[in-house]
Design a protein around this ligand. Sequence first.
Ligand SMILES: CC(C)(COP(=O)(O)OP(=O)(O)OC[C@H]1O[C@@H](n2cnc3c(N)ncnc32)[C@H](O)[C@@H]1OP(=O)(O)O)[C@@H](O)C(=O)NCCC(=O)NCCS
Length: 183
Amino acid sequence: MNDIISKAGSLKIKLTKPDVNRDAPFALGWFESIHGKQTLLLMGNAENEIKPPTLEGEKKTLQKFIELEKSNEQLTWMIQADNKTIGAVWIELKDTEFVKSPAVHMMIGDPEYRGQGIGRAIMFEMIKYAKEKLKSSVIYSRHLVSNKPVTALLDSFSFINDGKSYIDSNNLEWQNIKLTFDI
Ligand SMILES: CC(C)(COP(=O)(O)OP(=O)(O)OC[C@H]1O[C@@H](n2cnc3c(N)ncnc32)[C@H](O)[C@@H]1OP(=O)(O)O)[C@@H](O)C(=O)NCCC(=O)NCCS
């Protein structure tokens, strides 16, 4: 998997493979900040399941990303800007109980970098990757119905609802979505 270089305005963005020692301190920083819990809630974590972040925990998550890539279950890129790791984006390659594949998910962990066009630039790259590299004619995702920024972003790419919204065991309301295209 090669790096992907993109731009949001004048900001250069690099999508690159996870590196446990490089990325874990950044991830810890996102989740230790005053916005960290809100980020996890936006991603669909249930409030009662959110544990205080630790460096070891972040290292484990990154190691898991690397293992999922080895077993061809998921491709993960870390999002870098200004020599910092500011988030992650991943494509699930296997259907799960929650969403069909290929399914894209994104998190700009550092709130300072939200709202600058980075999410839009990365989603464009992921759709391109699904078409050109995965030779897929569809890409799926899912998000909390309450997550307005991601809903607006994916609507603007013409994702459509894939079925009705549903409530999970934590009482959170989700919407599965899909985008189909010619390849
Ligand atoms: C959702 C997320 C990926 C969007 O990335 P971003 O870089 O902040 O978004 P962009 O600046 O590229 O904006 C793209 C579009 O998203 C929507 N958007 C972004 N921020 C928004 C906000 N605060 N409120 C409403 N819509 C918003 C808009 O439609 C925007 O298009 P516009 O600028 O033409 O109006 C990012 O905010 C994020 O990672 N949030 C926390 C984690 C999360 O919610 N991940 C998604 C889980 S499914």
